[in-house]
Design a protein. Sequence first.
Length: 244
Amino acid sequence: MIAPRSIFVLLIMLFCGIGMSAQTAGSNVNSTRFFSFSPSIQTNGYGINFKWAHASVPTRFTFYSFDLGRLKHSKEFRYLGNGHYNGFVFGRKNIALPLSIGIGRYYVLGVRNSKNDVGVSWSYQLGPRFALMKPVYLFVLENPGALYSSEKLIKYNGEANINLDNIMGGASFFVGINQLQVVPGAFGKISMLFNWGKYYNEYHAVEIGALMEVYTKELPIMANTKNNFIYPSFYLNFNLGRFW
């Protein structure tokens, strides 16, 4: 397993190496704006991302982003529900849904001079991030082990009498959506992007980067388990959009 420190070093070396060798002559850098949408996979979750950018000079864009994701605790393990019940994570009392608005810079290092070329860029962004904490509801048996036992819906808070033997499954995601709590924080991202497209106005890009999330307090995701307020991760985005 590669240590996070080693991956950061490799990213920095990649930034430096491409920055020294990339050519910016030529090309399709007449575009001054772009918009993109991307699904995102993180080492501790997943999400979606939207960006809108405008160029101050042809090889430097300022962009604004909106992210909505799902943040997982390292101790989460999903169990299948009984019968028609939804699956559940035992010990989880809240689902963390980070939402962020960011501003950043996007620097073009290698320009696409033809449709067969791959463009190379790097970017960074900063901004506020808010963890929306949605409570978890479970269907549990009132009298586990009895011949006949009715079920009830409960808001899970780590009760000692709730265990795997009397949990039937999880409730719908939308149960408890009106009880969201917000934990404010901030985030920072740095990434490399490799873009291509049959036409110059197409924006297809793979983005590989590192993300740091810091909140004002520990996020209460798991019950009876240590929670954190700092969440570093790596991510992979698949950007789809257009230049104009």
